[in-house]
Design a protein around this ligand. Structure first.
Ligand code: AHR
Length: 307
């Protein structure tokens, strides 16, 4: 797809490289590292001049980066918004400067959809629903209460909001499934471990952990093992992403179910950049296709997992 991006028509003068400003969320997880690599490699393949910034999970840093791309008069701005709200002002500034904006990975909640050209990324509500459905199926015959703890992603981010709501939508069909504690772990391994330690201290009986990403699940596994319990057996674990370390843990039976979230958005982004610059109409929403992994499927996928 990256090659077709490079080849597709553009209104750019032939001797001028397309300048793409990309404001990344941060480097919080294995997913994010794979996403950054995909964007950098695809931009190079497409022959773009990529200006890249890392916001360290802070919205104010991302807004600064976008303003600097506007000042530098880049051709296109792309970003993955840390949180969903609070983007209208800076998006209007880009629009007034005549610079098209493309959202990747995470959405904004702006009502004015003319502020961006497209949003390329996963359906996070669907990911939460898949996680919930696995749990409902596993516990369909359970007669007693099933105590669930939830490690949420970054507060206010689209994946945290949507993975929570999709999961809840589905598990409410079985009143035995109860979320007894829910807290953010910021999508990081360290915070996942720390919050899981607190969950274990405060709750006598935890049956299930739902982590909004693999990194938090991996941190939580360390806390569970340190407490003398067997992850995947004493506490069932569901997570989202499917990065190599997550797939590895699933193949060892420490994570029971992973909902895939595809970080390799670079080729689709570069195609969209070329299309926008060529004045083509592109869909306002481009959804990434994704699967799921049980432990057995993780074992089979592990040797070929690239990220
Ligand atoms: O926005 C995608 C999410 O951000 C990934 O699921 C998580 O690992 C990352 O930090």
């Amino acid at each position: 797809a990256a090659e077709s991006a490079a080849a597709s028509e553009s209104s750019q003068p032939a001797d001028k490289k397309v300048v793409l400003g990309f404001a990344q969320v941060g480097a919080e997880s294995g997913w994010r590292s794979a996403n950054t690599k995909s964007i950098q490699e695809s931009a190079a393949t497409a022959g773009f001049d990529l200006k890249f910034s890392d916001a360290q999970q802070k919205q104010e840093n991302q807004i600064k980066a976008i303003r600097s791309y506007i000042q530098q008069k880049v051709d296109v701005i792309a970003f993955s918004p840390v949180v969903e709200s609070g983007w209208d002002t800076v998006l209007k500034e880009a629009k007034e400067a005549g610079i098209p904006v493309i959202l990747t990975d995470r959405a904004v909640d702006s009502e004015d959809t003319s502020l961006y050209k497209t949003f390329i990324g996963s359906d996070f509500v669907e990911e939460g629903r898949k996680a919930g459905q696995w749990l409902v199926d596993q516990y369909k015959d359970a007669s007693g209460e099933v105590n669930i703890v939830e490690l949420q992603g970054t507060t206010g981010s689209a994946p945290a909001n949507d993975r929570k709501s999709g999961f809840l939508d589905v598990i409410t069909s079985n009143p035995n499934l109860k979320i007894i504690a829910s807290q953010t772990g910021d999508f990081t391994r360290a915070k996942g471990k720390e919050v899981m330690q607190a969950f274990l201290q405060a709750n006598k009986k935890i049956d299930v952990l739902y982590a909004h990403n693999d990194d938090m699940a991996l941190g939580a596994i360390q806390a569970i093992e340190a407490a003398g319990l067997k992850p995947g057996v004493d506490i069932k674990i569901i997570s989202v992403d499917g990065v190599h370390d997550g797939i590895q843990a699933a193949s060892e039976g420490k994570i029971n179910f992973i909902v895939e979230c595809n970080p390799l958005l670079g080729p689709q982004l570069m195609t969209a950049v070329n299309d926008v610059l060529a004045g083509k109409d592109i869909p306002l929403r481009i959804v990434t296709e994704e699967g799921t992994f049980t432990s057995e499927q993780a074992l089979a996928a592990l040797p070929n997992r690239q990220y």
